[in-house]
Write a protein that binds this ligand. Structure first.
Ligand SMILES: [Zn+2]
Length: 157
């Protein structure tokens, strides 16, 4: 009897971690300058993207809809993201300014939305981010439009 070689399937956590690694990198490089520097959206501090965080406006503890919506994630410095707990006093006005009143309301509503993430959802994010990062690598400094993930566009508009 021939035994089939078993390839070890990657866990859901592996896909989640990989998706977040790429989303975080994309968020910090999106709109960075050609040297890879970007600004904290809540205090304006300019830093190399490697030293910035990808900070959520609606906390990711509020669930997967908030956790993965690109409109909800922007570059922040350590102080604003960690020490100031997201610096909501400045983050709110930034979100409203960038996405308008309607966008602001729909982003705030992410907090109440349940989103089940399956392997295919993470794979879609991983592919999307890889494409976007490749585009940024070809055109450093070019402003990327902050589109949301397709899921968010379908569910939260
Ligand atoms: Zn900051």
């Amino acid at each position: 009897m021939i035994q089939k070689k078993k390839t070890k399937a990657k866990s859901l956590k592996w896909y989640r971690d990989k998706a977040w690694e790429l989303v975080s990198k994309y968020v910090r490089l999106r709109e960075a300058d050609e040297y890879g520097y970007n600004r904290c959206v809540t205090c304006g501090t300019k830093k190399p993207h490697q030293e910035l965080h990808a900070g959520h406006f609606v906390p990711q503890a509020q669930g997967n809809a908030a956790r993965w919506d690109l409109r909800n994630i922007h570059p922040q410095c350590f102080r604003c993201n960690i020490n100031l707990g997201g610096n909501g006093a400045e983050y709110g006005p930034y979100i409203r300014d960038r996405y308008g009143d309607k966008g602001y309301e729909s982003i705030r509503k992410l907090a109440g939305i349940t989103r089940v993430m399956r392997r295919a959802d993470y794979e879609e994010i991983i592919d999307d981010m890889a494409t976007r990062l490749a585009r940024i690598a070809l055109n450093p400094g070019e402003r990327e439009e902050s589109e949301s993930t397709r899921w968010a566009l379908e569910h939260c508009s």
